[in-house]
Design a protein. Structure first.
Length: 543
């Protein structure tokens, strides 16, 4: 579509050139300005018509979106994942794709779909995922997190359930929200892509390039089957560029491009205490409490300012003045960030929010020792556990950071065991702990000034974009982790992440939701990408 517009504008310019060739420069300039204004007006009118087509298509697909959310999709139940895959194969086939499930030994299939474009000499692979995080239904404000509920915000800021028919009312209320698991992360981007294809079909058009779509059913558990799946048939996934539709849009609501993502290294730290729980009256002041020891050990890892104090932890960070200038241009509202988090001041790892994301982090994601509430007992627990995630940045190595933390624990006087300590270890060592390495996903980053960066930026400024002509927010690296490293390592493709859902969507938490206006603007974003030709260039080195 963009290609046709370019050809049309070139034709108009060629048509007026002979008539202005003999005019004075000022006269030619005046005619050129008039011509430009006319072309912009024509483009705006066309975009207005297209926007109406997008909204109509989105309305037609609301029920399909709600039905998709009703499929339970927690990877712990492979049969549920398989049912999602079957439904997605049918959805893509209805739109002319060649679609098929790709099974794995765990029974959680991926889906690969392909569609011819206007120029199949170039292929772009879109990556999405359809699995979701586990739910605790008791925490949600609805009976079943997999039965979508439509809500409208009250004057007091609360959410009131409304009939789903409100989605069909005229005019469309963009502030309505759909609450359900995976409403935003990440079934909404799937519906945006399908709706964009519907719009193209209704206009007799096709993507500007050959399109491949990879739908992952294991993203929320680290995509353990993805690498072997690609290795088994690399040609099926090969493309000239990779677009990842995942993550929240910038809080400003402006179209957003992200050029990297943090990696994730998961670990578990267990501090061992007595062989079994002991009466706190009989043994208090005599047997060391592992919960208190764990708290003290964790306190040695970070200062009150939030910076990790372990030597060498930040050694891989490479930020130039140019990098910091890019980070400073992201229009973050720090007061709004603090208010959203409910804190008075941030940690002091970076000069601002974006800079903080460029450093690896050490986060205690959960702790357990003994019992609390109704389960509390007057005992010294036998062990205390901390689940720790380390978010890595490119360049960076999660296993190296794990080794640094392990060495730090040993320097605090702990003897590390491979599991439960033996009687001999208990007799010889005062401090005993186990530090286990779990899943490791690497960080990945692309230069903003790259062929794919220029393409994506041009697409999000095009007449079909949600904010034509406006520069998208460009983010050097987002905080979340997606399996970019697996795809890029296996296929050596340049990549960009394009988030399309509202920033306050509560992903991974209770009451996950999608602002319905984002389903429309997200479709416009995807449509803009699909209709902007991608020229495969010399691929820049990944950072």
């Amino acid at each position: 579509m963009t290609e046709r517009c370019d050809h049309a504008e070139k034709g108009r310019a060629d048509a007026v050139r002979p008539h202005t060739a003999g005019l004075a420069p000022r006269a030619r300039h005046g005619i050129a300005v008039s011509l430009l204004l006319a072309l912009v007006a024509a483009g705006t009118a066309a975009a207005g018509t297209l926007a109406a087509d997008v909204e109509r298509a989105a309305r037609r697909n609301f029920s399909e979106y709600l039905d998709l959310l009703r499929f339970r999709n927690v990877p712990d139940v492979p049969a549920d994942i398989a049912r999602n895959a079957e439904a997605l194969v049918r959805a893509f086939e209805r739109r002319g794709f060649r679609a098929r499930p790709i099974d794995n030994p765990a029974g959680r299939p991926a889906v690969l779909a392909e569609l011819s474009g206007r120029d199949d000499g170039t292929t772009v692979l879109f990556y999405l995922h359809y699995d979701g995080q586990p739910v605790d239904a008791a925490e949600w404000s609805q009976a079943d997190p997999f039965e979508p509920v439509v809500k409208r915000r009250d004057a007091d800021g609360g959410w009131r359930t409304v009939d789903a028919a409100a989605l069909d009312a005229e005019p469309l209320d963009p502030e309505l929200r759909v609450f359900a698991r995976s409403a935003a992360d990440a079934k909404a981007p799937i519906m945006m892509l399908l709706t964009a294809i519907d719009v193209l079909a209704s206009r007799g058009d096709a993507p500007a390039f050959g399109l491949k779509v990879l739908l992952d059913g294991e993203e929320e558990i680290g995509s353990p089957s993805l690498a072997s799946m690609i290795a088994a048939d690399p040609g099926a996934f090969r493309a000239d560029a990779l677009v990842i539709l995942d993550g929240p849009q910038h809080a400003s609501g402006r179209p957003t491009l992200v050029f990297g993502n943090r990696g994730l290294t998961q670990t578990r730290l267990i501090v061992h205490g007595p062989r079994g729980p002991l009466h706190s009256g009989h043994f208090g002041n005599y047997v060391p409490n592992p919960a208190q020891r764990l708290a003290a050990l964790l306190a040695t890892m970070k200062g009150d300012d939030g910076r990790v104090t372990i030597p060498g932890f930040y050694d891989s960070v490479e930020l130039t003045d140019a990098d910091r200038d890019v980070l400073a241009r992201v229009p973050d509202d720090e007061a709004a960030l603090l208010a959203r988090a409910g804190i008075s001041r941030p940690e002091r790892v970076g000069a601002n929010y974006q800079e903080a994301l460029q450093y690896p982090s050490l986060n205690v994601r959960g702790m357990a020792a003994g019992g609390v509430g109704a389960s509390a007992a007057n005992v010294i627990p036998s062990e205390a556990v901390a689940e720790i995630d380390i978010r890595t940045t490119a360049p960076g190595d999660g296993e190296r950071l794990y080794a640094l933390v392990r060495r730090h624990i040993e320097r605090q006087g702990y003897h590390l065991t491979d599991g439960a300590p033996t009687d001999d270890e208990r007799a010889r060592h005062d401090k005993l702990a186990t530090f286990e390495l779990g899943a490791v996903q690497a960080a990945a980053r692309m230069p903003i000034e790259s062929a794919i960066g220029r393409w994506a930026s041009a697409a999000l400024r095009s007449p079909t974009a949600p904010s034509p002509g406006e520069e998208p927010v460009q983010i050097r690296m987002m905080g979340g982790t997606v399996p970019t490293d697996v795809l890029v390592d296996a296929l050596a493709m340049p990549f960009v992440l394009v988030p399309t859902v509202n920033a306050d969507n509560n992903q991974h938490a209770r009451d996950e939701n999608l602002r319905i206006g984002h389903l429309v603007t997200g479709t416009e974003t995807v449509l803009s990408l699909l209709t902007t030709p991608f020229e495969a260039d010399e691929r820049p080195a990944l950072q």
